[in-house]
Design a protein around this ligand. Structure first.
Ligand code: ZN
Length: 412
């Protein structure tokens, strides 16, 4: 997908502005870069990336690209290590976010007749308030529940006749199970679910959709760039539409930093086009996805990326093929006799990479060979790699709370 001329112009102007911010975040980063020299997409693609670490170094308000008097709100993302990241918002930023969120609801077919039950948290984190502002702009009735207290959630869902559930996938599943357990499904009016973009498998999606009897939509976003609501999946359920008048998306090889062609899997990098308080140029999200080409059957013109397939930190390269846990989940999901528990070991064997996949299964020992053949064939067909499959008994693999221990790379 070629970058639009106007997008390049917007970015060029933005960089010129950012370079003039006194002691601004980009003043130093773009030292020696003349905005007038950014004439082509290739020029843009030679600009340095911005990473979360850079944002953390700017704590507390070093990211601000406007005077204090124009900042109306801050949000913060903590991450797992130490110093939080503070993102300042101007009035326009706050309004723009609500406009995008309203679009998300509209793409999901939600209208001002709906009652939107919002379970993500409110506060420093961006989630709840984004869902709320978009709902109010749409003219729907927002029910600002916040997380937790399942009894109250279900009571309000019944009494307020909530029609839309906004939640993380894990909380949506918990509520769905609880509603089933209590046998109160008939008194629940939910029609749609807008689910946060953490990676979730198709098995989980089907369960939530079936138990609640709703259509589900994946919403995308991150605190560093407005928050949730910069993109959403549609009725075609084939990727997420991204609002390209607000954000410019690139997919890069996370190891080399090279921009990848459309359709190839890599790391999503976002440049903001209208953000005033804390604009970001080439921000690395560490989310793995790819650009989808062609018209979406739903008719919506916003370009699409695939749903998030994992984090770059989880990816390994074997025989030149990038592999991440989400893909392995996907392969095993299609093989009914394989359980969801697996472990990958990668090593060098006779000068080549070798990937051994241990999969737990309940099949009797004399049928394991057949199962292994099937796993091998599926892996070859779907990921393009010949592996060494090893079926083991249920409970044979060590259990761990950390998902990263599913892949052992012994090559280095
Ligand atoms: Zn669509």
């Amino acid at each position: 997908m070629e970058m639009k001329k106007e997008t390049l112009g917007i970015i060029r102007n933005e960089i010129a502005r950012l370079k003039k911010v006194p002691n601004g975040f980009y003043q130093k980063r773009f030292e020696g870069i003349n905005p007038d020299d950014i004439k082509t997409q290739a020029d843009f693609e030679s600009l340095p990336f911005t990473d979360k670490g850079n944002l953390r170094d700017a704590y507390p308000l070093g990211l601000a690209a406007v005077p204090d008097t124009e900042i109306v709100r801050i949000h913060s993302s903590s991450g797992t290590t130490g110093t939080p990241v503070i993102i300042p918002y101007t009035r326009k930023d706050v309004n723009d976010w609500a406009i995008m969120f309203r679009r998300c609801y509209e793409i999901a077919g939600i209208t001002n007749k709906d009652r939107i039950h919002i379970t993500p948290g409110y506060g420093l984190w961006t989630a709840g308030i984004g869902f709320q502002a978009g709902a109010e702009l749409l003219g729907a009735m927002a029910i600002p529940m916040g997380p937790g207290n399942t009894d109250k959630q279900i009571k309000f869902m019944q009494d307020m006749r909530s029609t839309v559930l906004c939640a993380t996938s894990s909380y949506a599943l918990l509520l769905a199970e609880e509603i089933a357990k209590r046998g109160v499904k008939d008194s629940i009016c939910l029609k749609k679910g807008v689910i946060g973009s953490e990676r979730w498998g198709e098995k989980m999606r089907r369960r939530i959709a079936n138990e609640l009897g709703v259509e589900l939509y994946d919403i995308y976003g991150l605190t560093e760039i407005y928050g949730p609501g910069i993109g959403i999946s549609c009725d075609a359920n084939d990727g997420m539409h991204m609002f390209d008048d607000y954000v410019y998306c690139e997919i890069i090889d996370s190891k080399t930093g090279k921009v990848l062609p459309d359709g190839e899997m890599g790391e999503l990098v976002i440049t903001t086009l209208q953000k005033e308080g804390a604009p970001l140029i080439r921000y690395r999200t560490h989310d793995l996805t790819r650009k989808l080409t062609g018209e979406c059957p739903c008719g919506c013109k916003y370009p699409r990326i695939d749903v998030i397939l994992g984090r770059t930190d989880d990816m390994v390269k074997v025989k030149g093929v990038n592999i991440f846990p989400g893909q392995i989940d996907d392969v095993l999901k299609e093989i009914p006799r394989a359980s969801s528990e697996y472990q990958v070991m990668i090593d060098h064997f006779e000068g080549k990479d070798r990937l051994t996949l241990f999969v737990e299964s309940a099949v009797p020992e004399d049928e394991r060979f057949e199962l292994e053949k099937e796993i091998c064939a599926q892996f070859k067909a779907r990921i393009g790699l010949i592996i060494v499959p090893k079926a083991v008994a249920i409970g044979d693999l060590p259990r761990s709370e950390k998902k990263s221990t599913r892949i052992y790379d012994n090559r280095y």
